[in-house]
Design a protein around this ligand. Structure first.
Ligand code: BTN
Length: 344
């Protein structure tokens, strides 16, 4: 029944709000019109809604508010990008599930998505709070067979490509904060976590995880969370189509991976980083283990290291770590937000 549902959903989506005749659907599927009606009734149980009008057919009125595997597949097939995906309601962590599937021999690439995580992981062993509130928790599994040094910039590249997708396709002004965060109006809208297993000199497998706040109701968040985090919906008046965004995210990340391993990203990276870089020109405090640097951010180098000019004018670089903004930088961001906020 799964393929039947995907065919029905594809037909309704490509009709762009117009009616699709029940007869046409029945002929396409080789089932009766009553059979089509029965499938649509089943889909209603999964939070879809349809309008049915005699002699005109069916029209899609509402898509589910949470992730739905068939609908994501329908969007991917319409984009002619049929990827291997698993979409779940609940899981401990999509990164952990992707690791288990890799260990069980599932061919890569594939994506694991979930509407909720009970043990979501953040960087530095932190917890990633992952309630079911209209967000996407997603992990992408690859088997790169490349030396780890070749993968040094991969998280930055994924982040940059996701940023470009959100800006160009959804027109939401998201920026990247080196090395792992995506921000909207100066607040965190997504976090990224890349985990890899290395065999002697080669990366056996790599899991890239991203938690993207999409339709969460940020007004219901505690003040201390709402002051530092947000959701994409803060930039739009209407609820965002989460399953379409999930499908585009899958396409963006898998394409980004292919471009990265083909070694063809240098020009695009250099052109796009300054466009979406949140930190450029800001005064920051950056740290990695014992190393601590304060100064003005001057972009990144060819290996993806953060370049910071200290008060003596010396340029220092950081391989990985955390960056916090000084009060002057926070002020700059706040005044920039004043200009972009108010769209809600
Ligand atoms: C961070 O900012 O600390 C990174 C957060 C990464 C969270 C995502 S949600 C999907 C994937 N599964 C996890 O357990 N973590 C990542």
């Amino acid at each position: 029944m799964r393929n039947t549902d995907i065919v029905i959903l594809k037909a309704l989506l490509s009709a762009n709000d117009a009616f699709v005749s029940g007869n046409q659907l029945a002929n396409r599927l080789g089932i009766s019109r009553v059979g089509v009606w029965a499938r649509l009734e089943k889909l209603r149980d999964h939070d879809f809604d349809f309008e049915a009008v005699r002699h005109r057919g069916y029209r899609l009125l509402q898509e589910p508010a949470y992730l739905n595997e068939d609908l994501i597949r329908a969007y991917l097939e319409l984009d002619e990008f049929p990827a291997d995906i698993v979409a779940l309601t609940d899981i401990d962590s999509t990164n952990s599930e992707a690791e288990r599937l890799l260990a069980a021999g599932r061919p890569a690439p594939f994506a694991v998505l979930s509407s909720r995580q009970t043990a979501g992981r953040g960087r530095f062993g932190r917890k990633w709070h992952s309630p079911q509130e209209g967000n996407i928790y997603a992990s992408f599994a690859f088997r790169p067979k490349l030396p780890p040094a070749r993968l040094q910039r991969i998280t930055l590249w994924f982040g940059l490509c996701i940023c470009r997708f959100l800006n160009e396709e959804l027109h939401i002004p998201v920026k990247i904060k080196w090395p792992n965060d995506l921000l909207l109006h100066g607040k965190k809208v997504a976090g990224m976590l890349t985990e890899a297993r290395v065999d002697s000199d080669f990366t056996r497998d790599l899991v890239f995880g991203v938690g993207l706040n999409v339709n969460a109701d940020t007004t219901a968040w505690p003040a201390e969370v709402a002051s530092v985090a947000t959701a994409l919906s803060a930039a739009t008046p209407a609820r965002l189509p989460i399953n379409k965004i999930a499908a585009r995210l899958v396409r963006t990340v898998i394409r980004a991976y292919d471009e990265y391993v083909a070694g063809s990203i240098d020009t695009e990276f250099q052109e796009n980083w300054p466009k979406y870089d949140l930190l450029q020109g800001l005064t920051v405090n950056a740290s990695s283990g014992q190393q601590k640097i304060s100064g003005i951010v001057k972009g990144i180098d060819n290996e993806g290291r953060l370049l910071v000019q200290n008060t003596q004018g010396i340029l220092q670089s950081l391989n990985s770590g955390e960056v916090s903004l000084g009060s002057a930088a926070m002020g700059k961001l706040a005044s920039a937000n004043g200009a972009t906020n108010g769209t809600r």
